[in-house]
Design a protein around this ligand. Structure first.
Ligand code: SF4
Length: 330
């Protein structure tokens, strides 16, 4: 079967309906132990040092992992993707652009999804069938999220990992579903955690490998992963059309739309504070100004650059932030 690489979440239902294997390049990059090697390879090709590591990682991952075709999201995700696609094309890769239109208009998103269906030669009926199959898995992901914030049993990392992997369901949604049920059984059997500082994590997923464990070591726990939860598309009704789903998916449509959801979740999940992660050299770092201005809970902004463990300075800042939130509670 053909391997189709993704630069971020796209309507994965179309790919499963077409019988190809979706592979989120981000997930390969961040879970491999070759992250820095991938970045160096891209720099050897001429990618600038002062460019986001995710872009450099994705470039090499696609060349090294038998990817037959790539869907690159040029609108609603990263300002660098357009140029990345040009270099992949130059390297001979078959690239298909996709966009989440900035105007957030139903006709515009319909056009984009219909065009993707044409590229992969699938009907809306078939796509809808896959959407219904995936709905059950998305419901179980929603339950795993509840095991995190409502029942206080899942870790921040488990919450992050299972939701972020919904971008491609690890290339095989039946196996994903089976593995998900196994981890849910393990989590359900645990005692609920008590007296932790309840944190939200907002911004792009972390390039750090140990941030969730670190936070828990300091007495906090991430009970809300904003972008990962958006990737999981788990809040929709089975009758919502695929067009409505991707129209109401918060990640691609700007910070104000995302903040509406973030504010609701702060209330619902009773959060003590927010960690806003920004990636070095990412334009989204500017959104931190709006985040700090519009949220009423304490916000700690941290920045990551290379894959690996959290650096000493950031560790200290996270520890101090959690200590400060503990003091607020007294
Ligand atoms: S972190 Fe920012 S610059 Fe890097 S790939 Fe994501 S959106 Fe693009």
């Amino acid at each position: 079967m053909k391997n189709v690489g993704l630069t971020t979440t796209i309507p994965v239902e179309v790919l499963y309906a077409a019988g190809v294997i979706p592979i989120d390049l981000n997930n390969i990059f961040v879970t491999s132990n070759k992250g820095k090697e991938y970045i160096e390879k891209s720099e050897m090709e001429g990618f600038p040092r002062n460019l986001c590591s995710w872009i450099k990682g994705l470039f090499s991952v696609a060349l090294d992992n038998n990817i037959d075709q790539i869907i690159g999201v040029c609108e609603g995700d990263c300002s660098n993707t357009e140029a990345l696609l040009e270099v992949w094309r130059m390297k001979g890769l078959h690239v298909v652009p996709f966009g989440f239109p900035r105007n957030r208009n139903i006709d515009s998103i319909k056009n984009e999804i219909n065009r993707l269906m044409e590229v992969f030669n699938v009907s809306i009926r078939k796509v809808d069938g896959v959407k219904r199959e995936l709905h059950y898995i998305r419901e179980r992901i929603k339950y795993l999220d509840e095991l995190t914030w409502k029942y206080d049993k899942a870790t921040g990392f488990e919450n992050h990992l299972w939701q972020v992997c919904c971008s491609d369901f690890n290339g095989d949604y039946n196996k994903f579903s089976h593995d998900l049920e196994a981890i849910i059984s393990v989590i359900e059997a645990r005692e609920s955690r008590k007296n932790e500082i309840r944190l939200g994590y907002i911004g792009v997923p972390p390039i750090f490998t140990d941030i969730y464990d670190l936070i828990e070591g300091y007495g906090g726990r991430v009970v809300y992963n904003e972008v990962q939860r958006a990737f999981s598309m788990s809040g929709f009704d089975i009758c919502d059309s695929i067009y409505d789903m991707y129209l109401n998916y918060t990640y691609p449509y700007g910070i104000d739309f995302r903040l509406e959801d973030i504010k609701n979740q702060i209330e619902l999940r009773n959060l003590d504070g927010i960690i806003h992660y920004v990636q070095a050299f990412c334009y989204k770092g500017i959104e931190d100004i709006v985040v700090k201005n519009k949220l009423d809970v304490p916000v700690l902004t941290i920045e990551g650059d290379l894959p690996g463990q959290v650096d000493a300075r950031t560790r200290l800042r996270i520890e101090s932030f959690i200590d400060m939130l503990k003091d607020y509670r007294l």
